[in-house]
Every structure is written in structure tokens, then in C-alpha cells.
Ligand binder design. Structure first.
Ligand code: MOS
Length: 766
């Protein structure tokens, strides 16, 4: 990476509107289920070879299917087929979970047998000429079941508790010093249980799939933030050469952490398309999306935090339970982050998975930090109250430049800089100290804060850059535009790296026909792709420079390393220059092309190997502890009589390395903060036994404009040269983290009530 040209020419680092924004707001953007294998518009009914699928799902959570009665369903006009386990058992080979070395978001195979493993499992796929007929026939499928007792959540009979260390290959609980001894002599102690609910992602674009065969080749249109995993996982399931499977994912209409791996229904739709000899489209219902995909599992945390008289932490114990399925070793570690956040000599963590009869949960934005930091940052606030200290001052006294667990230094540690910048922007000084003392008319007023931290991740990627003699650039990469603005960043970066206007860059993403790339996840997109892009730009620049300095060439005799691309020219240090078009023509009149292959420090070929196999390849990279930081501030008003909770103000200050586009960065952060408010006050999937009771957008509550007032994200400079060559950290997930604790802490400050279970609703205030 040393050769990457990081010199700026004033594009990166400055605000730029989204290059794909116009297509999105005018309806021109084509989402996966808008796409046609033949290029026709969905509205063009002349192309009606496309068949439509509907799902039938299980009303029981555990047991077996006894029988089907398909007579009424088969009588529906335009019906093409009904597929059950009798048709598909054995047709789909098992594939492991993405985070356990496989490709799938759940390794359970619906229609693989008569067994039912969770409520809402797919039991039949109905295909018809129209969506209406498929839906009607699906409604008429009758099935009988033999139900067995099912476990839904914590403490249910039959729920199986497994230590992460016994479930996951690389997990180790942390044990440092003697927390019990420190606890017994501590001057201040906080011991409490904190709980967070199950939550579902609910993107507006549902979990759709469209499959079309062309001889032995399969094309899949599916919104996915890891098309490589879909390609390779599906190939393994169906016994196909991955080169014969193409996965296309256009812009993604929201994912929030879902759409991260191969879906369970994709192979079923592919098989149906194959058997019927026509393309098949599945657009499931909102309700079905609650059980055919993943969710943020409910968690509970037992925290014990002790401090000395000055507020220095003397011990931390964080024990956590997280729900997971019976069949996948999926559970997100989070205590590694809470253990490393503050200086503390004695730390113990213990994380356990609780296996129940539900589908496998999945990542939801900042999967571990959102629940785990709710617990820790609430406990820190409780400790501040116990000690009579300002909660920011308490954090300052426990700030550390070194990870207390590993002893490694942080590559940069701007946590307190974030608290200071946030406190100034939020006017934290107006916080009167005792809880329950600030009033505004009929409302109790409270101010709260909490830390946001997120380990930096980075992944291998490959990318094609093509520079045409007309000065246009094509950037192609099998990564994804998930709404984060990466298309814009790549256009900005290519323009800057190649010395051309942003408008001349065309970015193609979301197609496995492009050079392989990994998961859009872990806030790693910018760190991974911008390094790949810089490498590609440097490769093109080097080739052009070497051609231009050859004998008898316009820049003969110059040091090729000293040439820059700027303003559509190749420019030497002494000011001599040649037009880019001429330089390109020296190599190939049609244009020059390169494929860059980036691997993070220390990962090498193995990272590229994983990438080409569609396996997850996120790594922390480097030998320091590399985190992004933030501080969240919330003002909460609680109505004195009704208990209604309003949040007139959220302020966050964030340090996430070099910021490449302040406009899209702020928008990511503000979006995350708003979601954090929803996560604190509104969002909860209500379980009734193993059944989700509020599986629709009428009753699954998310924040609307009426819930949101002033939301401000402050960007704190974080020049971190050790984190990676370009100083990038990624901030996609940083904005949501800690908002729940900041709001809960503000609720306590307003009312004196400590709420340790989310979401915080009116009933908790009465
Ligand atoms: Mo994030 S939900 O860890 O990609």
C-alpha cells in the first residue's frame, strides 16, 4: 500500500451528494425484484413467463408435518405447482452458517424433511402464473402437524444453555486479576441485571428472490449484502460450479443487518424455477420476513462493577446470555468490547448462548455493542450516581490508552475528545446534578450520556478499474450499495486518484460477474474498498507513468514515481505534462484496465482465498487495538402525569479516523442515532411462547418524524495513522451504539427511575 497515492486534490474529505441519489428519488433505481433476466421492465406484462411464488409457513414451533391436503389449493386457476418436503427432500445439500465457515444465514433446511424446528418455518412453496393465484393457493394449503413442546426464550423448560467457549471455535472468556477479591473490599459497587429484547430488521425492501435458469446457468436477483456468499452457498447446495451461478443485487432497500448471507428460501426458488422451466419470483409477506430470516436476539447481562473512593474501577464482571437456535453456533461476542473499554485491573467475562426452538438470529446493526454497551454504560452511570460524580468525569478517570485485557495500545483513543466535543455541542453544563430535579412545565427533564465504541474491521477485496481514452472511468467490484454511500465514495476516490471529474466515473457494484469482494458489514466497506481503490489507481498511474517516461516518449527521462495524474493530465514534478488520453494511447488505444487485489496487513493470500470462496473475511488488521469512538447525549422529557417519553434532543460526537465524505458520514451517524432512539423506546418483537405477536409494521414500532426532533452528529478529528494506510475506521454502525444507554440514563436523571430493561415504554414510567 505504500505506493498508493493518497495526495488529495480536494474531492475526498469534502461533502458530495450521492451519485445514485437521483435514480433513487425518481424511482429509476432498479431493486432486485424489479429486475428482469431479459432486461424488460417489471411493468411490461408481455414478458409473463415469470412465475410467482408464495410461502406456506408452520403454525407450530416444534414437531413434524403429518400430512398435507392440497385439493383446494390445486383447484386455483393459474396454479403451476406446490412444492413440499416430499418434492425437495434431499435436493438441497446442507451448507453451514456464514459465521461458522459456511455461507448461510441459517443452516436449517426448510422442505428438507417433515421436521419443524421453529414457528414460521417454510413448509410449502406455491407457484402460479400470477402473484394473486399463488397467494390464494398458499392460503388454501391444509397441513396437519404433530406438535411437541417448544422452548421460546430464556428460562423456558428445554432451553439449553451452552457457554460460548463450548459453542464457538475461537471464543475465550476473559479472566484477568481477581475481581471477587477487589469487589469484596471496594468502596462503591453496582450490581445489576440489564435486558434487551428481540428485534427485527424490517427493511422496506422485503427478503425477495428471483431465479432464472439458462441451460445449466442460474441467475439470482436477490437483495444481499454478501452476493459472494449467496453465489458459493447456492452452488454448494445445488451441486453447481460456482462459475455457473450469478447473483445480482441492485441498490438495497434497507437491511439494518439482515440480507447478510445465503437465505434459506433461495435454493427453493431456484429448484422451483428449474422444475417448472421458467423464472420464478418470490416476494414474501412482511409477516413471513419475521421468520424466514434473522433477528436481533434478546440478551440479558449481569454486571458487577466496583470502584475505589476516587471512582477508579477496581473490578468488572460481565456475564451475558444471548438467545440462539438449536442448530447454529451463532452468537455474537460482546463482552470482549465491554471488558476493554475502561482501565480496570480485575475483569471477568462469561458469555452463554441459550438455545431455543427459533430460527437462528443474525447480526443487527452493531450486533454486540448495542445490547452489551447498554448494560455497561448503564452500570457506569449508576456508579457515577453512587459516587456523586459527573458521569463524564467518571469516564475520564477510567480512560486508558491501553486495552486493559491485552495490554496493547489503542491506535488512537479519542473517547474523551468525543465526550468533550459532545458535551460542548449539547451544553451538558446545564445538567443539574440530582436526578428528578429538572422540570419544564408538566415535564420532568433529564440529560444522559454514554460511550459508543466499535472495533475497526477490514477485509480483502478485488476491484477492476478501467480508464478509457475519452477520460471516463469504470470501477467494478462485487460489493454492494447498501445505502451507505459507497458508490459515491468510490466515484470520488477514483476521480481524485486518476485526476478526473467525479462525473466521469461509473461505479458498478452488486454483481458476482464483477471482481470478488466480501460482506458489506462490520462497518468495513469503506476501510476495505477505499484501500482497494487506492491500490488500483496507483497501479494505473504506474503503468501510464512508465509508458510516458520511456525513451522518445513525451516525459522521457522523468522518474515515473514522481508523476501525478491531475486535471486530465499526467504531470511531472517540474510541471511538464501530457494529456491523459495520449498517455493511455501509448499503452492501448482502447483504454487501460487493472484489477487490484487488496489484503489487509497480515492476512495475505488466505484472505483472498476466503474471498474467492464467498466466506466471511473480516479481520481487525494490525497489531494495535483499533477502535472508532463516540459519545452520545440525550435530553429526555417525561410527562409528569402520563409518563409519555419524548426525546427533544440527541447529540453525538464521533471520531472515526479520516472522514472521506462528511455529508454521507453525517447521514450514516444521524440515521444510526435515530435508530438508537427507536431501539431504546420503541422496538421490541413481542414473543407469545415461540410466536412473534407483532409481526407487522402496524405493531412493530419504529421511530417516525413525529418521534424525532433535533439530532446532531459532530465529527471529531481523529488522525490515526496506525489504524491502516489511509487512516480509515468506518462508521456505519457507530451512530446507533450507546444511544439506548444515553436515553436510559437521561430517563433516570429526569425521574430518578433506573430502567434496566428495553424498550422503555410508558408503563415503566407509571
Ligand atoms: Mo453489522 S449488522 O456487524 O454488518
Amino acid at each position: 500500500m505504500a505506493e498508493a497515492d493518497t495526495a488529495t486534490s480536494g474531492i475526498l474529505g469534502h461533502p458530495h451528494i450521492r451519485v445514485e441519489g437521483r435514480a433513487k428519488v425518481t424511482g429509476a433505481a432498479r431493486y432486485a425484484s424489479d429486475r428482469r433476466e431479459d432486461g424488460a421492465r417489471e411493468s411490461d406484462l408481455a414478458h409473463s413467463a415469470l412465475a410467482h411464488a408464495a410461502l406456506v409457513t408452520s403454525p407450530i414451533a416444534r414437531g413434524r408435518i403429518r400430512d398435507f391436503d392440497l385439493h383446494a389449493a390445486r383447484a386455483v386457476p393459474d396454479l403451476l405447482a406446490i412444492f413440499t418436503h416430499r418434492d425437495f427432500a434431499g435436493a438441497v445439500a446442507p451448507v453451514g452458517h456464514l459465521m461458522a465457515g459456511g455461507h448461510a444465514n441459517s443452516s436449517h433446511l426448510p422442505l428438507g424433511s417433515d421436521r419443524i424446528a421453529y414457528h414460521g418455518q417454510i413448509v410449502a412453496l406455491v407457484v402460479a402464473r400470477t402473484q394473486e393465484a399463488a397467494t390464494r393457493a398458499a392460503d388454501l394449503v391444509r397441513a396437519t402437524y404433530e406438535a411437541e413442546p417448544a422452548s421460546a426464550t430464556f428460562d423456558d423448560p428445554g432451553a439449553e444453555i451452552v457457554r460460548f467457549a463450548d459453542l464457538k471455535a475461537h471464543h475465550e472468556d476473559i479472566a484477568r486479576g481477581d475481581p471477587d477479591a477487589a469487589w469484596s473490599v471496594a468502596e462503591a459497587r453496582v450490581e445489576a441485571r440489564y435486558e434487551t429484547p428481540a428485534q427485527h430488521h424490517n427493511p422496506i425492501e422485503l427478503f425477495t428472490t428471483r431465479c432464472a435458469w439458462d441451460g445449466g446457468r442460474l441467475t439470482v436477483y436477490e437483495p444481499s449484502r454478501y452476493i459472494g456468499a449467496v453465489q458459493h452457498g447456492l452452488a454448494a447446495q445445488l451441486g453447481l460450479d460456482p462459475a455457473r451461478v450469478r447473483v445480482v443485487s441492485g441498490p438495497i432497500g434497507g437491511h439494518f443487518g439482515s440480507k447478510f448471507a445465503l437465505s434459506q428460501h433461495t435454493a427453493l426458488v431456484a429448484l422451483a424455477a428449474k422444475r417448472l422451466g421458467r423464472p420464478v419470483s418470490l416476494v414474501p409477506t412482511r409477516r413471513q420476513c419475521f421468520t424466514i430470516a434473522n433477528y436481533r436476539p434478546e440478551t440479558r447481562h449481569d454486571i458487577r462493577l466496583s470502584a475505589d473512593r476516587d471512582g477508579r474501577f477496581t473490578s468488572l464482571v460481565h456475564e451475558a446470555d444471548v438467545v440462539t437456535s438449536r442448530f447454529d453456533p451463532f452468537a455474537m461476542e460482546g463482552a470482549d468490547v465491554t471488558a476493554s473499554l475502561y482501565a480496570c485491573p480485575a475483569i471477568r467475562t462469561g458469555e452463554r448462548a441459550v438455545r431455543v426452538d427459533r430460527n437462528t438470529p443474525g447480526p443487527m446493526r452493531a450486533p454486540p455493542e448495542v445490547p452489551y454497551l447498554f448494560a455497561l454504560e448503564s452500570a457506569v452511570d449508576e456508579m457515577a450516581c453512587r459516587l456523586g460524580l459527573d458521569p463524564i468525569e467518571l469516564r475520564r478517570r477510567n480512560d486508558t490508552a491501553q486495552d486493559p485485557v491485552s495490554g496493547k495500545p489503542f491506535s488512537s483513543r479519542p473517547l474523551m475528545a468525543c465526550f468533550d466535543a459532545g458535551a460542548a455541542a449539547f451544553d451538558w453544563e446545564r445538567r443539574a446534578t440530582p436526578p428528578g430535579t429538572m422540570r419544564k412545565g408538566e415535564w420532568w427533564v433529564g440529560l444522559g450520556c454514554a460511550a459508543s465504541v466499535r472495533p475497526v474491521k477490514i477485509a480483502a477485496a478485488t476491484m477492476r478499474l478501467r480508464l478509457s481514452v475519452d477520460g471516463s472511468v469504470e470501477v467494478g467490484c462485487a460489493h454492494h450499495e447498501i445505502g451507505n454511500g459507497i458508490t459515491t465514495l468510490l466515484a470520488m476516490g477514483a476521480a481524485e486518484g486518476l485526476g478526473l471529474p467525479v462525473e466521469r466515473v461509473r461505479v458498478q457494484l452488486g454483481d458476482t460477474a464483477l471482481p470478488a469482494a466480501g460482506l458489506s458489514g462490520g462497518s468495513s466497506t469503506t476501510t476495505s474498498l477505499m484501500h482497494t481503490l487506492a491500490l488500483g489507481c496507483a497501479q494505473l498511474r504506474d503503468r501510464l507513468a512508465r509508458a510516458a517516461v520511456a525513451p522518445d516518449r513525451p516525459l522521457a527521462g522523468h522518474d515515473p514515481a514522481g508523476l501525478r495524474l491531475a486535471g486530465g493530465r499526467l504531470v511531472a514534478a517540474d510541471g511538464r505534462a501530457m494529456p491523459l488520453a495520449e498517455a493511455i494511447a501509448l499503452l492501448d488505444p482502447a483504454g487501460v484496465e487493472t484489477v487490484a487485489a487488496f489484503t489487509p496487513a497480515g492476512s495475505g493470500e488466505a484472505a483472498l482465498e476466503a474471498l474467492r470462496g464467498g466466506h466471511i473475511g473480516l479481520s481487525p488488521g494490525g497489531d494495535r487495538v483499533t477502535w472508532a469512538f463516540g459519545a452520545q447525549f440525550a435530553e429526555v422529557h417525561v410527562h409528569g402525569e402520563t409518563g409519555e417519553i419524548r426525546v427533544p434532543r440527541l447529540t453525538g460526537a464521533f471520531a472515526a479516523g479520516r472522514i472521506l465524505n462528511p455529508l454521507t458520514a453525517r447521514s450514516q451517524l444521524v440515521g444510526g442515532m435515530i435508530w438508537g432512539l427507536g431501539s431504546a423506546l420503541l422496538e421490541e418483537t413481542v414473543l407469545d411462547g415461540p410466536t412473534y405477536r407483532n409481526a407487522d409494521l402496524a405493531e412493530y414500532l419504529v421511530p417516525t418524524a413525529m418521534d424525532i426532533d433535533a439530532v446532531e452528529a459532530v465529527l471529531v478529528p481523529d488522525p490515526d495513522e496506525a489504524v491502516n494506510p489511509l487512516g480509515l475506521k468506518g462508521l456505519g454502525e457507530l451512530g446507533i451504539i450507546g444511544v439506548n444507554a444515553a436515553i436510559a440514563n437521561a430517563v433516570h436523571h429526569a425521574t430518578g427511575r433506573r430502567i434496566r430493561r428495553l424498550p422503555i415504554r410508558i408503563d415503566a414510567m407509571l
